[in-house]
Design a protein around this ligand. Sequence first.
Ligand SMILES: Nc1ncnc2c1ncn2[C@@H]1O[C@H](COP(=O)(O)OP(=O)(O)OP(=O)(O)O)[C@@H](O)[C@H]1O
Ligand SMILES: [Mg+2]
Length: 236
Amino acid sequence: MAEPLLELSAVTAGYGPTHVLRGIDLSLTKGERLAVIGRNGAGKTTLLATIMGLTRLHGGKVRLHGLEIGAMAPFRRNAAGLGLVPQTRDIFPSLSVEENLLSAMRGDASLDEAYTLFPRLKERRRNGGTQLSGGEQQMLAIARTLMTRPEVILLDEPLEGLAPVICEQLMAAFEELATDGTRAVVLVEQHVEAALSFATRAVLMSNGQIVFDGPATELRERPDLLHRHVGVGIET
Ligand SMILES: Nc1ncnc2c1ncn2[C@@H]1O[C@H](COP(=O)(O)OP(=O)(O)OP(=O)(O)O)[C@@H](O)[C@H]1O
Ligand SMILES: [Mg+2]
């Protein structure tokens, strides 16, 4: 098996004294496409935040390329190869699209890369952040993270509240990000169908724990689990 890129072992974490994640074991390798699903409050955002160093780690280990990063500051984790696209779609509203991208750029990243992935952003490059539609803001948030050259890209419910046609465009972009095999893509989604058709592997979270970790196709065949932990049916 390939050496893990990112590895969480027996991780317990939360906010202040509160424990939200309880005993998380998860490892990711290069080129992997992982879907993380679970109902509201299951701990999906907390899992991504813990990977980024934005929560309090109460116990366990987080390793990147085998190096323990449990005490590393969030900005350093970002420089080390972890990129988060937050559920809140953080962009600078007062800056133009291009300025937003330039402000995030690191190393040999190029604007072309962002514009090839999202031609819409090129058309809108002089527009301010506030002049963008919800879908365009999400594209920009993703492109900004991409400009930091992450080896692991963490997407927190990127399809939330967006029109089906925009969701399709975003899913096609995730496909692009995943196919060159240079990074791992982690997609947190409540759109179970979309997430499982993208991912090769799926993690199901419930109450701060991982209750399933295996091939996405296997989870599709477990409507009982999906029903119990996500509360939705799935067409297979
Ligand atoms: N900043 C915070 N301080 C204290 N508790 C928090 C904070 N953020 C989240 N929590 C709690 O942690 C638990 C998990 O929340 P989290 O945001 O990780 O869930 P989620 O799976 O991402 O849900 P959603 O699908 O609604 O985004 C919830 O009980 C929530 O109330
Ligand atoms: Mg969340």
